[in-house]
Ligand binder design. Structure first.
Ligand SMILES: *[C@@H]1O[C@H](CO)[C@@H](O)[C@H](O)[C@H]1NC(C)=O
Ligand SMILES: *[C@@H]1O[C@H](CO)[C@@H](O)[C@H](O)[C@H]1NC(C)=O
Ligand SMILES: *[C@@H]1O[C@H](CO)[C@@H](O)[C@H](O)[C@H]1NC(C)=O
Ligand SMILES: *[C@@H]1O[C@H](CO)[C@@H](O)[C@H](O)[C@H]1NC(C)=O
Ligand SMILES: *[C@@H]1O[C@H](CO)[C@@H](O)[C@H](O)[C@H]1NC(C)=O
Ligand SMILES: *[C@@H]1O[C@H](CO)[C@@H](O)[C@H](O)[C@H]1NC(C)=O
Length: 611
């Protein structure tokens, strides 16, 4: 993960990068920072390119990277496929090499649509006075834009900050709907900023004939390029088939669900085949995301044996359990894996009232039990739902892979610390998103990804800070396999057809709802978020299946939603975690309980406003 930024000014005066934005960029890329400026007199403009690199693999490649013609690349991404990157090659160099060979806009688009993996890019073609920029089709890396305080200036950056007094730059996420170009020659002669958009389109679909862009800074205009040039989605569109084949043997409807209910489905060879295909494609996606880290490259400097290179945001729910089992396959057996489990402190009055009452009777009876009880309450206040399922999940993983060192990192967050970190860091990273939900998830993910907590071994507890630079998250599973309760609602009111529409819509907006935000939040720790469920091959596989293979919302909670993934969990040998119902992170970690309960998730969050 890197922090990249570009400031453009049409007045050919010096471009400046605000200090607080630079600081945030440096958090993302602590290993190497460099600026390049370019001032051109006719046409007249100036540019500042600022890059902050997080060193992940191979030899450190400083950015901005420049080719012999003076073209400049800022690359915040990972090439997991599409372009060939040898084990010793650097993907930034490979991408610039391919771009340098481009002779036309259609060549540039063709290179970018070949890349498999997450990216945000800023690319300057010197001879043509043109800047290309954009995000991959899912928007797995953040990029923001704003037009500066003076007109005729324009800024792109991975992350910003939301100081109310900061020359009031107005930041928006660059919509991940295509790749943009800015022709500085035209803009300079016309003294106005005009972007061209080349949209992402599913193969075989017509390009949209109109596109309105809400987040566009006011002094910037945008046109859709009329030459018919576009980028092809690297995945097929979602299968909209609705006619179910012969219905499966349904498990008996009972209130208790167990992994045995799922085993019934696996009796069908067809189903089993499909489940195995899913496991294969997911396993490969995880492999690509956990390998080629420094330990595989046999560096002379051996990493500390106790330090994990990979961490997983871990609730013990099915999405994170599957990632853990698959990561275990591909990470050398002698390396630990960090499981990051976050809990927000429950106020004591909110802890299970039943147990408090019992405590009071005890109190009258034994004074010594009283002390034990209050200690218990103190530590119990972090026993939130995700902590409990997390511990159970850990046990399942230990049973499956006893030789592996699993570091279950208990991250306990108090209200005071939450308040302090939100104000200092998190509110800036969440910005420009601003809802109650963005606040809850942003805070929960920030503390989890920081990885500072304790590990309990028997009766011993020791402090632990995860040093893993790669953080796997399970995002994308619920959106693709109908995991949310709103999917049940939609299915009840408008059937399979409505469900398919809902899923397609949610996958389409995942960049603006989640991914940019999560990338900014996790990147702030100098770590890189990786999303195996949003791997191109995984999405292609899931998109090719009809919806009723992925979920069966006639079945009870804990079985029907994400059915196919639950079957994969059983096939991988998982037990009770395979039938855990979905619990959203803000509830599982209990951060939502800490805050005002009368808020709606979609309300603007007052706590994010810095004063
Ligand atoms: C390329 O270099 C950058 C900066 O050193 C690093 O972050 C990235 O992981 C490298 N990529 C490869 C494929 O080696
Ligand atoms: C410059 O602006 C004028 C008026 O907005 C417009 O008609 C013209 O096409 C623009 N020229 C270029 C090169 O974009
Ligand atoms: C669209 O792109 C082509 C090729 O880059 C260019 O010649 C043309 O001027 C662009 N159209 C508009 C409306 O800018
Ligand atoms: C469901 O119930 C029927 C009748 O009670 C029984 O024969 C069958 O084995 C049950 N199926 C499962 C999967 O438990
Ligand atoms: C964190 O919470 C757990 C309960 O989930 C508790 O056992 C542990 O002692 C707490 N640790 C600290 C340092 O507060
Ligand atoms: C969609 O699913 C149906 C039913 O399995 C299948 O026959 C069809 O080939 C699929 N379509 C695509 C485009 O994958």
């Amino acid at each position: 993960m890197c922090g990249i930024c570009c400031v453009v000014n049409l007045t050919a005066s010096q471009c400046v990068l605000q200090k607080h934005v630079r600081e945030k960029l440096r958090n993302r890329g602590p290993d190497c920072s460099q600026d390049i400026t370019d001032m051109v007199l006719d046409p007249s403009y100036s540019c500042l390119f600022s890059a902050h690199v997080l060193h992940m693999r191979g030899v450190l490649t400083p950015q901005p990277l420049q080719d012999k013609d003076g073209n400049i690349l800022l690359w915040n991404g990972e090439v997991f496929g599409g372009l060939t990157v040898g084990a010793e090659d650097n993907d930034t160099k490979v991408v610039l090499h391919h771009l340098s060979l481009c002779r036309s806009p259609s060549d540039v688009l063709s290179v970018l649509s070949q890349v498999k993996g997450p990216w945000a890019i800023i690319y300057y073609r010197k001879a043509e006075h043109c800047i290309w920029f954009g995000r991959d089709f899912f928007g797995r890396r953040s990029l923001l834009w704003s037009s500066g305080p003076e007109e005729c200036s324009f800024t792109l950056t991975s992350v910003s900050s939301c100081l109310p007094d900061s020359d009031s730059a107005y930041w928006q996420e660059v919509p991940a709907v295509g790749v943009y170009s800015l022709d500085l020659k035209k803009c300079s002669y016309n003294r106005s900023l005009k972007l061209e958009l080349y949209p992402w389109v599913y193969i075989g679909d017509e390009p949209p004939n109109d596109f309105t862009c809400e987040g566009l800074p006011s002094s910037v205009s945008m046109v859709m390029n009329d030459s018919g040039l576009l980028l092809n989605f690297p995945v097929p569109s979602m299968n909209t088939s609705l006619t179910a084949a012969t219905p499966n043997d349904k498990p008996n409807q009972t209130s208790q669900t167990s992994p045995d209910d799922l085993k019934v489905f696996l009796k069908s060879t067809e189903k089993r085949e499909m489940v195995r295909n899913l496991i294969d494609v997911l396993s490969e996606a995880v492999r690509r995301r956990v390998q080629c880290l420094p330990y595989q490259l046999k560096l002379t400097e051996e990493p500390n044996d106790d330090e994990a290179q990979v961490a997983i945001l871990f609730s013990g729910g099915i999405d994170s359990m599957i990632l853990a089992v698959l990561a275990d396959r591909h990470i050398p057996a002698d390396r630990p894996i960090d499981l990051l489990n976050v809990a927000f402190k429950l106020q004591e009055s909110k802890i299970n009232p039943g147990s408090t009452k019992k405590g009071q009777t005890n109190k009258r009876q034994h004074a010594s039990a009283d002390i034990a009880q209050s200690d218990q309450v103190k530590s119990n206040c972090f026993n939130v739902p995700d902590r409990i399922t997390g511990r159970a999940g850990l046990q399942e993983l230990k049973n499956l892979s006893p030789a592996r060192k699993w570091n279950f990192v208990e991250i306990n967050v108090t209200q005071e610390e939450l308040k302090e970190m939100r104000e200092k860091h998190i509110s800036h990273l969440v910005h420009p998103l601003d809802t109650v939900l963005d606040d809850s998830i942003g805070c929960a993910v920030w503390f989890a990804a920081r990885g500072t907590g304790i590990i309990s071994e028997g009766t011993e507890q020791r402090r632990h800070t995860s040093t893993a630079k790669v953080v796997l998250t399970g995002i994308g599973a619920d959106e693709q396999l109908a995991g949310y309760s709103r999917h049940r609602v939609r299915f009840k009111t408008s059937g399979l057809k409505g469900l398919v529409k809902e899923l397609a819509m949610e996958l389409g907006r995942i960049s603006s709802r989640n991914l940019g935000r999560d990338d900014r939040i996790i990147g702030d720790h100098g770590k890189e978020a990786r999303f195996p469920y949003l791997d191109e091959d995984v999405v292609s596989f899931l998109n090719s299946l009809p919806v009723w293979e992925k979920a069966d919302l006639c079945l009870p909670r804990g079985i029907g939603e994400k059915l196919l993934l639950r079957l994969a969990a059983v096939e991988l040998g998982l037990g009770p975690s395979a039938v855990l119902p979905k619990r959203a992170m803000q509830f599982g970690s209990r951060i939502a309980k800490l805050e005002n309960r009368h808020e709606k998730a979609s309300d603007k969050c007052k706590r994010l406003v810095t004063s």
